[in-house]
Design a protein around this ligand. Structure first.
Ligand SMILES: [Zn+2]
Length: 403
């Protein structure tokens, strides 16, 4: 039994390697794949045949020339033949996509949800709508549910301070209820910040192996890459940067602590901060105040908005310089709507970080905004699922992955 599992494991790893080499291999011949992977030509041929059979790889050479065995055939990925359904579950809205293995968002659909929603049913209806809308007959190899939550694998539960998960938890857990709705479809539950960080690592081709991705939104989260590996996988359970206290006598937080970054400088704190900074006529808005409003007003020199920016930079810098002394990242990437605070904020933050903390470490760190777009968390989830959950060699039916 052990041998069999071991062989399957190696076989899957080799197939993944071939798949990954084919992503960048322009030659696309079996011989070049053998050279690049160090696998024997026989192994490459048999694994490629299996990938062709499963429709993950296409053999264009044979089809084009019609002369089997004469030309070294040109292999390529059939990246749009398979996809992952990725649904971002936020407090008021669920946004769903189908993301092909080549990273294209081929379908999108969203659903408004509220306190009375039965979330497992909403998720299923959104999934159905996505699949029905898709005319490309792309095969769904799994569902990723992306949540602003801690995906606690050890205790088989999901903890969130901003999603109300009670509607589904009369007797059973939200995980079980969702599992029941979706039958045999493989399902993965991922933390949102981890998905964004994974997209950053892969899509932005982050060269540093040790870096932090900090998501600045209504919630504040961080994912840490140490020696190329994301700490805690996609669970979001190893780091709670949003509940990092920067003032032990500060404002009470829902988590039980005081002065957590999330209550001090999260997007929901903006109205309070603006009032404390003297208020602003220009920012008397009807809707809830966002980082983009503050960023815009600061750009035109609004004193209260500038005060808010100064306050956020100061407090976030305190958190960041401690984070830096903890694991010495080469880079810190700031993502989320916090990017809308603009270049003034970023410059002030960098300046404050560099003048705080342990000098030797803070002076070497690069800090920048993420350049990835709106779909990053969906593509990040797809890539994470494909790399870490999906197996070519195993029956995936009914599998559940937590983080
Ligand atoms: Zn807290």
């Amino acid at each position: 039994m052990y041998m069999k599992i071991n062989q399957q494991y190696i076989k899957n790893a080799n197939m993944k390697r071939l798949y990954s080499v084919l992503k960048n291999n322009t030659d696309g011949s079996r011989a070049s794949l053998a050279r690049e992977t160090g696998l024997s030509k026989t192994t490459v041929s048999s694994l490629i045949d299996e990938l062709i059979l499963k429709e993950f790889v296409a053999d264009n050479g044979v089809a084009a020339s019609g002369m089997v065995g004469r030309n070294p055939s040109h292999l390529s990925l059939t990246g749009d033949r398979h996809c992952v359904a990725a649904i971002y579950w936020e407090p008021e809205c669920m946004r769903g996509t189908l993301v092909s293995l080549s990273g294209n968002v081929i379908q999108r659909q969203s659903r408004t949800v509220g306190d009375n929603s039965i979330y497992s049913k909403e998720l299923y209806q959104l999934f159905q709508a996505l699949v029905k809308k898709d005319r490309t007959s792309c095969q769904v190899i799994g569902l990723c549910i992306i949540m602003p939550a801690m995906i606690d694998k050890k205790n088989q539960r999901i903890l969130s301070t901003i999603l109300s998960l009670e509607n589904d938890t009369n007797d059973t857990s939200v995980i079980e209820n969702i599992r029941k709705e979706f039958g045999m479809l493989p399902i993965a539950f991922f933390n949102d910040t981890a998905c964004l960080a994974y997209a950053e690592k892969l899509l932005a081709r982050q060269e540093e192996n040790t870096f932090a991705y900090v998501n600045l939104d209504q919630g504040i989260g961080a994912a840490l890459f140490v020696d190329g590996k994301i700490l805690g996988g996609a669970s979001g359970t190893n780091t709670q940067f949003g509940h990092y206290s920067v003032d032990t006598n500060g404002i009470p937080c829902a988590c039980g602590n005081r002065g957590c970054l999330e209550v001090m400088v999260g997007e929901r704190a903006l109205e309070r901060l603006l009032t404390e900074c003297g208020g602003s006529e220009a920012l008397k808005v009807q809707y809830s105040l966002g980082y983009s409003d503050i960023g815009r007003a600061a750009l035109s020199g609004d004193p209260a908005a500038l005060g808010v920016i100064h306050y956020i930079a100061d407090n976030l810098a305190a958190g960041l310089s401690n984070l830096i002394s903890l694991f010495r990242p080469e880079r810190i990437i700031l993502g989320g709507s916090g990017r809308n605070l603009g270049i003034q904020f970023l410059e002030e933050l960098i300046h404050t970080v560099k003048s705080h903390g342990f000098q030797r470490m803070v002076e070497e760190v690069q800090i920048n905004y993420s350049a990835l777009g709106e779909d990053a968390c969906f593509t990040g989830a797809m890539e994470y699922y494909f790399d870490n959950c999906f197996r070519f060699t195993e029956d995936m039916e009914g599998r559940t992955f937590l983080g």
